[in-house]
Ligand binder design. Structure first.
Ligand code: PMV
Length: 305
């Protein structure tokens, strides 16, 4: 039996703008998806429980594409997730990276090269999302904290690994079910086509926040990073990408002392909110008692001082 892991991700700044060529910051999470494979007479992917019919069809198509392209020998594959699924925390990318690592390692009999994992995982992400920016699977495959940018028309993005001067302690709370990313991105694309200059201004500003956020992370300026997150949420909201539930959690995080808070991932009508805190555990305990699902993490690698 062999196994491979793909971590989920949280976008700290720049979602949506990243689809249109602007920079974004994403960080790998400690939770993710493990794929376990054992030799078999035919290719078989055991479907995770609770997956909808369209979800199963997408997963089957993505897996079949990966099997074809990797030339992996027949396997029975089981999946195990420690990540909330379809909440903006990169579960499809985590799945794509875990399965790509597993399939490629059965061919090479060794740890596959990161570039091969990135290529195959992108192929799978295209089945799930159509035209993803690539930030999710790139973050999952490389780990750590990344500043990512894919220029329009380019196949792959450019990555700068960020080393945090101070620990980034975050709290993630789940606001509830949401529509597929594809639909939220398509709605935004329509508005952008209708009012190109207005949306271009907003995307540019979001991209600048990501650049400034990268500097804040490297300088250990958590107040500046938190403020950039707050402003980013406002701009996403202005683009019609937030909801009552997401806004309520963002405001709650701020009342509880967040240095900054915003929704993370595609947003739309639900998903997750991320907050930067000095002591996220205290707030997590409080919100959990109120029945709000919470996750706490310290992000990325720290610069040696
Ligand atoms: O699918 P999600 O919620 O992890 O969102 C991905 C981030 C987007 O910028 C909205 C889409 C993309 O392809 O980058």
């Amino acid at each position: 039996m062999s196994e491979a892991f793909g971590p989920g991700k949280v976008i700290l700044l720049g979602e949506h703008g990243v689809v249109f060529g602007h920079p974004a910051i994403a960080a790998a999470l400690p939770w993710g998806i493990t794929a376990r494979g054992s030799p078999s007479g035919e290719h078989k992917l055991v479907m995770p429980r609770g997956l909808s019919k369209p979800g199963r069809a997408l997963l089957t198509a993505a897996y079949e594409a990966a099997v074809r392209e990797s030339h992996a020998p027949p396997l029975t594959v089981k999946l195990e997730s420690t990540l909330p699924v379809s909440m903006g925390l990169g579960s499809s990318a985590a799945l794509s990276v875990a399965l790509s690592r597993l399939l490629l390692s059965t061919v090479t009999k060794s740890e596959p090269a990161p570039n091969r994992v990135l290529e195959l995982a992108l192929r799978m992400e295209q089945e799930f999302h159509g035209t993803p920016s690539g930030v999710d699977h790139t973050c999952s495959a490389l780990g750590g904290i990344i500043l990512y940018r894919r220029k329009p028309g380019a196949r792959a993005g450019r990555v700068r690994m960020l080393e945090a001067a101070k620990p980034l302690q975050i709290l993630i709370a789940i606001a509830g079910k949401r529509s597929p990313t594809k639909r939220t991105v398509a709605g935004l694309r329509e508005r952008r086509e209708r009012w190109p200059q207005r949306y271009q201004r907003l995307f540019q500003e979001i991209g600048r926040l990501a650049e400034e956020g990268a500097k804040a992370i490297e300088d250990g300026d958590l107040a500046s990073l938190g403020d950039a997150m707050n402003v980013n949420h406002g701009l996403l909201s202005a683009m019609g990408l937030s909801s009552t539930a997401l806004d309520a959690l963002v405001h709650r995080f701020r009342q509880e002392g967040a240095l900054g808070a915003k929704f993370t991932g595609a947003g739309g009508d639900g998903g997750a909110v991320v907050g930067l805190f000095e002591d996220p555990r205290r707030v997590a305990r409080k919100l959990t008692r109120e029945g709000i699902p919470c996750l706490v993490a310290t992000l990325g690698s720290m610069r040696a001082s």
